[in-house]
Ligand binder design. Structure first.
Ligand SMILES: Cc1ncc(COP(=O)(O)O)c(C=O)c1O
Length: 395
């Protein structure tokens, strides 16, 4: 008998109730809310709501053509890849998508991962940099990648090339491999990294640059991201993104040189030791990418963004960012939560973003219009902000 006769077994388990209570006390406890579909108007636990909280920016997750492409890939290739890409899971669906991604990015090759998270973690650990210079607002998957890579991580001020330059200057005499990593569009602020200036600084010190275009892929020139919009493709060594936001599917990708991709195939553990991206996700992403390159969904998105931004500002809200992500600044955490609750009462889902996700005093509602919202739905969102904000005396 463990512990010997008469001896009480020591509890070496996990006090999950206690941990949850602690999260609740700190206002950090989250729960799931089940939607019937990824469409902008859908039911949550029976109640119809208008969603302004999704990253399905081009509305392609429920586009007939994208859904048909997913079904076709499932029929022709399989519902799952069946194995890691290096075993038997490297299918024609993956290769076709990767060719299309490389073509969009004008790179030698692209490689898809099972998520954007896996792409970041796998790429950062495979590169195994000596020093990573990381924007202070980079996504959690970049932060986790830096931790797992066990690199010295130097956090520079948000979108500040001077802060990056100062950090590099301090280490001027050090050798090793250096990587600058940044989101292109920041998910909570909707602002855009000054890629041109960051590349200038990185080049001055011989460092590589890695850009995560999760919130930009599909939205700019020819279905590209900010690097393509700004003509900086050949100055960014590692171009990463996700298939799960504007492309309405699932998965992540890295685009770059032939050598980079060949190396990641061998060294990115989240690629090597994980089943290949599901073929329906690959088929859907490929179709969505083609639509984003040629269709009018990007124009529809940007028209909805401009209208919502202008109308919210004319109601008196401070709306930040320069992209499709509209942070409506509230400041106080409780006010932001009350505004999100008020919007929900009006049938609109847009979440309050509060500390620790954003700094104290900068709580906000993150509003994300999509190409799939109709003019009336944008009007409904504006009306909800007017009513809910008015009731709380925020206007
Ligand atoms: C900047 C950034 N990178 C990576 C990811 C992860 O992508 P995925 O959802 O495909 O795992 C996200 C998701 O929110 C993101 O915002």
């Amino acid at each position: 008998m463990a512990g010997g006769e008469g001896q009480q077994t020591r509890d070496r388990g996990f006090d999950l109730h206690g941990r949850l209570r602690e999260r609740e006390r700190r206002g950090l406890k989250r729960s799931l809310d089940t939607a019937e579909s990824a469409a902008p108007r859908t039911r949550f636990d029976g109640d119809e709501r208008l969603v302004f909280a999704s990253n399905n920016y081009l509305g392609l997750a429920t586009d007939d053509r994208v859904q048909a492409a997913a079904a076709e890939a499932a029929r022709e290739v399989g519902a799952g890849a069946g194995a890691s890409r290096l075993v038997t899971g490297d299918t024609t669906a993956h290769r076709a998508l990767e060719r299309e991604l490389a073509d969009t990015k004008d790179t030698d090759r692209a490689l898809v991962f099972s998520s954007g998270y896996a792409a970041n973690v796998g790429t950062l650990t495979a590169l195994d940099p000596d020093v990573v210079f990381s924007d202070e607002l980079n996504h959690a998957s970049i932060i986790d990648g830096c931790r797992l890579a066990d690199a010295e991580t130097v956090v520079y001020d948000h979108c500040d090339p001077d802060s990056l330059a100062a950090a590099m200057r301090e280490r001027e005499d050090e050798g090793g491999s250096w990587l600058v990593v940044t989101d292109s569009v920041f998910s909570m602020d909707g602002d855009v990294a000054p890629l041109h200036d960051l590349c200038d600084v990185a080049e001055r010190y011989g460092a590589w640059v890695m850009v995560d275009e999760a919130h930009a892929t599909g939205l700019y020139e020819d279905g590209g991201g900010v690097a393509e919009r700004d003509g900086l493709g050949d100055r960014v060594d590692v171009r990463l993104g996700t298939l799960s936001k504007a492309l309405g599917s699932q998965g992540g990708y890295v685009a770059g040189s032939e050598t980079l991709v060949r190396y990641l195939v061998n060294a990115a553990r989240s690629f090597v030791f994980s089943t290949g991206l599901a073929p329906p996700a690959a088929g859907a992403a490929r179709k969505a990418l083609a639509i984003s390159r040629t269709g009018d969904c990007r124009e529809r998105l940007w028209a909805n963004v401009a209208r919502l931004r202008d109308e919210l500002a004319s109601l008196g809200y401070e709306v930040g960012g320069d992209t499709q992500i509209l942070p409506v600044m509230v400041g106080d955490c409780e006010d932001a939560v009350a505004l999100a609750d008020g919007l929900r009462e009006q049938g609109v889902v847009a979440p309050a973003i509060r500390p620790p996700t954003v700094p104290h005093g900068t709580s906000r509602i993150r509003v994300a219009p999509t190409a799939a919202h109709t003019r009336e739905e944008i009007d409904d969102c504006i009306a909800a902000f007017e009513t809910a904000g008015g009731r709380l005396d925020l206007l």
